[in-house]
Design a protein around this ligand. Structure first.
Ligand code: ATP
Ligand code: MG
Length: 148
């Protein structure tokens, strides 16, 4: 999937379904950078990715936790998911270092909300997903591409 793709997401179920689709392309060592304003659906998309990967534990919006580890499911080739919300990091690179995502990337898929401009250096390439929303509407749009 080299080209940029775009989709309209009328409901939260559509956003989760896109996450499940994207998960089919993801494996250990892959970094997903989620961008878009508050309430755009970054966590909803992550929930779909988690479902697609079959990982354990409920995906939620971490209030105090910056990174949450989801253990791999039982299936063959199952990989864990590390879900990071970089909002509170505010670009603090020491705190980012402390999360030790480098190590996670050896064995897990790492998804970072608010990760744009903060985590791209961790891997040679990443899947960038930009979510957008209209005011007073459930409709979201997603644009995504692999970026070197
Ligand atoms: N089409 C849609 N896609 C995703 N979420 C939707 C959609 N329509 C409505 N919603 C609702 O919008 C909210 C999206 O919240 P979510 O936590 O996923 O956003 P977020 O981008 O992670 O926000 P934050 O920046 O606060 O982390 C949820 O309440 C969800 O039910
Ligand atoms: Mg969120």
């Amino acid at each position: 999937m080299a080209d940029r793709q775009r989709r309209t997401l009328p409901t939260v179920a559509d956003t989760e379904a896109l996450g499940r689709e994207l998960a089919a392309e993801l494996g250990a060592g892959d970094l997903v950078v989620l961008d878009g304003p508050l309430g755009a659906g970054k966590t909803a998309l992550t929930r779909g990715i988690a479902a697609g990967l079959g990982v354990q534990g409920r995906v939620s919006s971490p209030t105090f936790i910056i990174a949450r580890q989801h253990r791999a499911g039982a299936g063959h080739g199952a990989v864990p998911l590390v879900h990071v919300d970089a909002y509170r990091l505010g670009g603090d690179l020491d705190e980012l270092d402390a999360l030790d995502l480098d190590t996670d990337l050896h064995h897990a898929v790492v998804v970072v909300e608010w990760g744009r401009g903060v985590v791209e250096h961790l891997t040679d390439r990443h899947l960038r997903v930009l979510l957008a929303r209209e005011p007073d509407s459930d409709v979201r749009t997603a644009e995504w591409e692999w970026v070197d």
